[in-house]
Design a protein around this ligand. Structure first.
Ligand code: PEP
Ligand code: MN
Length: 263
């Protein structure tokens, strides 16, 4: 169902007045984790000042260590909802278990399926049974074919509003957190009719690479870019090494817009 052979036209998804998959790239910015109302609102203010439409932020965090911050859970969803209403933004947030879906539907505009859950088939089927748009991230070590099949799981249950997100894969290379597989973008665009995002934060894990990789994503035809922004990354409860602060974010977005105009 996700194949270009089944449907030649691009899938276009309308979320909160933002057209994803047509009319230029969409941007999803926000903190790694929702930590407090104040922290989330600061980022939201700077997103909405740019005329952007999405905020991301994790309330349920799939962390490598069980002793690391696990997210605020339902309280985090409530913060996202409040901030989204105050700043006119659509909420993109990760859901990690089918048990949380029903409760989350009231708070969330886009359900994110994280890399670690790309092949959690029961979760894929459960989000497929909702009518919420889904942002499906590529697994840490998933082939493009496995990634496409994961999207197929969702669509096979009736949900056609799927966005794919390349977020880097595991290789032997240590210079970056993951290896951004930039060629996955045109391959996914050829093989499927779905919008394709590039997460420059988790793929690189390096602030100095966010802008060049975002430019590369847009140049190669991505429908959107995701990156993490935190008011004070040095005290962030997750991914403190790689999030942009507000000033860096302003500069990043200004330079990216300049690039898009020239391009
Ligand atoms: C995230 O986007 O919050 C995240 C945890 O990313 P990934 O699932 O790609 O590691
Ligand atoms: Mn993160």
């Amino acid at each position: 169902l996700v194949s270009r052979k089944k449907k030649a036209e691009d899938t276009v998804i309308d979320i909160n007045g933002e057209t994803v998959g047509a009319g230029g790239p969409s941007f999803i910015f926000g903190p790694c984790s929702v930590e407090s109302y104040e922290q989330t609102a600061k980022v939201a203010e700077s997103i909405s000042a740019k005329g952007l439409k999405f905020i991301r932020g994790g309330a349920y965090k799939p962390r490598t260590s069980p002793y690391d911050f696990q997210g605020l859970g339902l309280e985090g969803l409530k913060i996202l909802k409040r901030v989204s209403e105050e700043y006119g933004l659509a909420v993109v947030t990760e859901i990690v278990t089918p048990a949380h879906i029903e409760e989350a539907l009231d708070y969330v505009d886009v359900i994110q399926i994280g890399a670690r859950n790309m092949q959690n088939f029961e979760l894929l089927k459960a989000v497929g049974e909702t009518n919420k748009p889904v942002l499906l991230k590529r697994g840490l070590a998933a082939t493009i074919d496995e990634f496409i099949h994961a999207a197929e799981y969702i669509m096979s249950k009736g949900n056609e509003n799927i966005m794919l997100c390349e977020r880097g894969i595991r290789t032997y290379e240590k210079a970056t957190r993951n290896t951004l597989d930039i060629s996955a973008v045109p391959i996914l665009k050829q093989e499927t009719h779905l919008p394709v995002f590039v997460d420059v934060t988790h793929s690189t894990g390096r602030r100095d690479l966010l802008l060049p990789c975002a430019k590369a994503a847009i140049a190669i035809g991505a429908d959107g870019v995701m990156a993490e922004v935190h008011p004070d990354p040095s005290v962030a409860l997750s991914d403190s090494q790689q999030q942009m602060d507000i000033q860096e974010f302003n500069q990043f977005y200004t330079e990216l817009q300049r690039f898009m105009k020239e391009y």
